[in-house]
Design a protein around this ligand. Structure first.
Ligand SMILES: [Zn+2]
Length: 163
């Protein structure tokens, strides 16, 4: 699972999983850097993970900060800027597509899934080969529910008959 670092998005708790169940990578705004890509590739190539879940959420501070940077020119310092700058293309794409700010989180989830497969040749090959699927989920903090925003590859149950 690759998710936002938000304290309310603790993967094992919200998906009711125990120790040994999930391999989790979290960054603010689920932004991708080379260490993140390497961690996801490790999960699918070495640990044999079959499903990569990209987990975004409503009221995401990183998305809000990128929106503030785009719309109001508000900037942040230090390495936080690096996080905001990695979210900003999603906000710009949403505006270019005529979408309102209500769609920013979903757009950022879609963009992150696209970017993950664009940047990781290994992962995109695994998806093409039907070995791995990627889903982008949007988590609603108040409701405690996740919904499917986007997916790549075959996300249906594995056919045990081999047909
Ligand atoms: Zn967040």
């Amino acid at each position: 699972m690759l998710g936002c670092s938000d304290s309310r998005l603790a993967a094992e708790i919200i998906f009711d999983q125990g120790l040994g169940d999930l391999f989790v990578v979290r960054t603010a705004g689920h932004v991708l850097g080379s260490e993140v890509l390497g961690s996801v590739e490790y999960a699918t190539s070495v640990l044999g993970a079959r499903l990569v879940v990209l987990l975004g959420h409503d009221s995401c501070g990183a998305v809000a900060a990128a929106r503030a940077a785009v719309e109001d020119g508000l900037s942040v310092g230090g390495f936080v800027r690096d996080v905001v700058e990695r979210v900003t293309p999603s906000i710009l794409a949403a505006r270019a597509a005529g979408l309102t700010s209500a769609s920013d989180v979903d757009e950022h989830i879609r963009h992150t899934v696209d970017l993950l497969l664009d940047r990781s040749r290994r992962l995109s090959e695994q998806v093409e080969a039907g070995e791995v699927a990627v889903v982008g989920l949007g988590y609603q903090l108040a409701e405690g529910t996740a919904r499917l925003v986007t997916s790549r590859g075959d996300i249906t149950e594995e056919d045990e008959t081999g047909s």
